[in-house]
Design a protein around this ligand. Structure first.
Ligand SMILES: C[S@@+](CC[C@H](N)C(=O)[O-])C[C@H]1O[C@@H](n2cnc3c(N)ncnc32)[C@H](O)[C@@H]1O
Length: 274
């Protein structure tokens, strides 16, 4: 696998100016690629923010796994993906720590077509996303201007280019032991996308699959009880503790108002496997 720089050097450029939507000037070719991506995603973000409303009133808490999958596949099919953001997550930018130990493999469960995958790859990490929808994986690579290699890998359809691979299928069919070494896990809008029964299954899946000292960087969503129906579900600190404390050491890192969810906070945690 090549370095992040040689990887991006082979990517197609978008015809956009080297100034990010927030006015930042590109300092390198790599950063320009990121800024071009931001321009592309910026209008998409604007276009989709109202779809957050569609998260509500259609997803009963006691839903089972199969219904959960139909729900998400129809979101992608109908392009009602208000959860998707055009910018890397602010809490990720501020608090991510995996890079202190050098590049590693970051697992991104329920990754959608998140631009955070690009941000992680730009920092030299290998990134493995797991996502139910092949539409999401195809859109991710298309919007990044990259032609993925598509191949079957066990129960998963793999889309990959350079250091980024998206495995399409059910997360709960994925065995973390299939990856040689997971250096970290990144969860934004993944735990909170799952109803309560699957949140418990997800936490057990992580506990079973991660080796000691592996860090989960979790960005949860929190809002007042009854303020809205999920997804995204409100997963407060008390629930994070209940889900993970038996097998992990939990540290709350920061809170920020969710930019596209009224009266909601995003709260991030460093959760390290004992
Ligand atoms: C709320 S979205 C979050 C996407 C991404 N993390 C982001 O920040 O944009 C949840 C994603 O999980 C995917 N998903 C839901 N259930 C899944 C499952 N059992 N296995 C794999 N992906 C799943 C959905 O298709 C959807 O793209």
């Amino acid at each position: 696998m090549g370095t992040a720089t040689s990887y991006w050097a082979t990517a197609n450029a978008f015809e956009t100016p080297p100034i990010s939507p927030d006015g930042r000037q590109a300092q390198s070719g790599l950063e320009q690629k990121s800024i071009e991506m931001q321009h592309w995603q910026h209008w998409q973000h604007w276009q989709h923010w109202q779809h957050w409303q569609h998260w509500q009133h259609c997803y009963p808490e006691d839903i089972d796994g199969a219904m959960n999958q139909e729900f998400w596949l129809s979101k992608w099919k109908n392009n009602t993906i208000g959860f998707h953001r055009g910018q890397p997550n602010e809490l990720l930018l501020k608090h991510a720590t995996w890079s202190t130990d050098g590049p590693c493999t970051i697992l991104v469960p329920l990754c959608g077509k998140s631009v955070d995958l690009l941000w992680l790859a730009e920092r030299g990490h290998s990134v493995v996303g797991v996502e139910l929808s092949e539409m999401a994986a195809a859109a991710f690579f298309e919007e990044a201007g990259l032609s993925p290699t598509v191949q079957q890998k066990g129960a998963f359809q793999s889309y990959s280019h350079g250091p980024i691979e998206i495995l399409c299928g059910d997360l709960f069919d994925f065995k973390t032991t299939d990856l040689t070494a997971i250096g970290g896990v990144y969860d934004r809008a993944s735990l909170v996308a799952l109803p309560e029964n699957l949140r418990k299954k997800y936490a057990s899946w992580l506990a079973a699959g991660l080796s000691a000292n592996t860090e989960l960087f979790l960005i949860s969503v929190q809002y007042a009880v009854g303020a809205r129906k999920g997804p995204p579900f409100s997963v407060a600190e008390q629930e994070v503790t209940a889900l993970f404390e038996q097998s992990f050491v939990i540290k709350k890192l920061g809170t920020t108002p969710a930019t596209d969810l009224k009266d909601c906070d995003e709260v991030c945690y460093r959760i390290v496997r004992r």
